[in-house]
Design a protein around this ligand. Structure first.
Ligand code: ATP
Ligand code: MN
Length: 479
């Protein structure tokens, strides 16, 4: 019989986990069992014995390795030795019920093909557990570890769930540009995009002559797709954009990247309350999705990185997020008796220590802070009747701080124009944005969720550099 190619997932996920023993039974009685298979993967460990040798294989499809039993009479130990930890191999053999207790099935090897050797002297990922810091320097190889296998499978699952959530709700996925000529909102420092030679810029009256640049104007990498998403929402109703965004802030924190992925839904005919309801439902959906679809990965991360991870996730699912006025938040903080590093006063932005106090100490669950002072928020947020605050919302999560920032947008053309001027932004750059308020303006709202922030929460990883395959931070663009 021709050997069939079997991805380990089929073996690993459905019959190797002790939890799913009932599936083993079904398989044992089916014809699939005791059949020839050909399995490819990377060697995790191996050891040679007198009569039999063993190796464990993983192909990245799940956490569980396939136990391979090698009869030394069939495959010489010298050959197996070349299939050292890290080597890529293909093994043909018979899939049988395992003698051991650790796994349901094992592979009796008949033929071993070494695709790529890995020198035991220099291969950086030997069996011992490595620190996350060390693995960050080995980002080209870290996808092969259990930890990053689990994290990146979760990243995949969350990305898929994002599309799934909006698709089933009838939202339209719009692709917003990565290169922009509008300083979107002053959301952050921007990276310039230019083809002009830095050492010999064409000048006009002492200034850079942007007319000679590629776009004939200064251009940047986008810090947010929001303004474009708004244009789309005011025609398509409910839309979202999901893509990379860039911020050149020189902040070396565990929660900031220079390149990160953001999901930005934008909805016509939504007010702030609708916006909050959607955001809460959306976050819970993503968490529930990973618990339902990637439980083995989450359990692994709980065991190795964050004790109580599952309870934390389930806690969020079970809680109603607090809605809290900014003004009320300031009172709570001032009356807390806490000595904060940054003083709390009405009019200044909440610092991460303040956010964490509210979420972790005071309420013990996610908090949505709304109605911030207008001066610390973007020009497009809707001015409240008090003329002092805007209809903004930040969702704060335990251990993370801000996970979502959003608002109801200013739909009144006169107020919007006034706010633009107050913020010192050039009206002419926004003519197209203002047009949507001039013609058929409608109340609308939206928010931005940082993909890596929700992933930090779901994986228990404490550093944002460990939830994106190849992080970009100040001074770091290797790989
Ligand atoms: P923060 O106060 O945490 O710096 P922000 O207020 O600048 O964030 P927004 O402009 O509101 O962020 O962006 C929306 C969301 O994008 C944030 O709630 C967060 O989840 C995410 N985000 C913002 N900046 C970064 C960054 N540098 N790296 C990763 N995610 C980010
Ligand atoms: Mn924000």
């Amino acid at each position: 019989m021709m050997p069939i190619f079997a991805p380990l997932k089929k073996i690993g996920m459905s019959i190797m986990t002790p939890l799913k023993r009932h599936k083993v039974k079904a398989l044992l009685t089916s014809q699939e069992f005791e059949q020839s298979v050909r399995v490819c993967g990377w060697v995790k460990t191996q050891r040679t014995g007198k009569k039999f040798s063993f190796c464990e294989l993983n192909d990245g499809s799940g956490l569980h390795n396939l136990q391979v039993v090698v009869d030394n009479a069939l495959i010489a130990p010298e050959v197996l030795k070349r299939a050292a930890t890290g080597a890529a191999v293909c093994i043909e053999g018979l899939l049988v019920k395992s003698q051991g207790k650790e796994q349901a099935v094992e592979l009796q090897a008949q033929k071993l093909e070494i695709l790529g050797e890995a020198d035991g002297e220099t291969y950086p990922l030997q069996k011992k557990a490595h620190s996350l810091e060390f693995l960050r320097e080995q980002a080209h190889l870290r996808s092969r570890t259990n930890t990053f296998g689990a994290v990146f499978r979760l990243r995949n699952a969350v990305s898929y769930a994002i599309h799934h959530y909006f698709y089933q709700k009838g939202f339209v996925y719009v692709h917003t540009p990565i290169i922009t000529a509008s300083d979107t909102e002053g959301a952050g420092e921007m990276f310039a995009v230019t083809t002009l030679p830095l050492d010999n810029c064409p000048k006009l009256e002492g200034q850079v002559d942007w007319k000679q640049d590629f776009f004939e104007r200064p251009a940047h990498l986008t810090v947010s797709g929001q303004l474009n998403a708004e244009l789309a929402a005011l025609g398509l109703g409910e839309v979202y954009t999901f893509g990379p965004t860039f911020r050149a802030e020189n902040s070396n924190t565990t929660r900031h990247l220079a390149e990160f992925w953001m999901v930005e839904p934008e909805m016509a005919f939504y007010d702030l309350a609708d916006n909050m309801a959607l955001a809460e439902d959306f976050l819970k959906y993503l968490i529930r999705w990973t618990l339902d679809h990637n439980r083995a990965d989450i359990d692994f991360l709980q065991e190795n990185y964050e004790p109580g991870l599952v309870a934390k996730l389930e806690g969020v699912l079970a809680s109603d997020f607090i809605r809290l006025d900014y003004t009320e938040a300031v009172s709570i903080l001032q009356e807390s008796g806490r000595q904060f590093e940054y003083p709390v006063q009405w009019g200044s932005d909440l610092q991460s220590e303040h956010e964490r106090y509210l979420v972790e100490q005071h309420f013990g669950k996610p908090v949505i802070v709304i109605n911030y002072p207008k001066d610390i928020k973007a020009f497009y947020m809707r001015l409240n009747a008090d003329e002092k605050t805007v209809a903004a919302m930040d969702i704060l999560f335990p251990g993370i701080g801000e996970i979502i920032g959003g608002s109801q947008r200013e739909e009144r053309p006169d107020v919007l124009l006034r706010r633009l001027h107050e913020m010192g932004l050039p009206e002419e750059n926004y003519w197209w944005y203002l047009d949507t308020r001039r013609y058929g303006s409608a109340p609308h709202a939206g928010f931005g969720l940082g993909l890596e922030r929700i992933l930090m929460f779901i994986t228990g990883m404490g550093n944002i550099r460990d939830v994106i395959p190849f992080p970009r931070t100040p001074g770091n663009a290797e790989f």
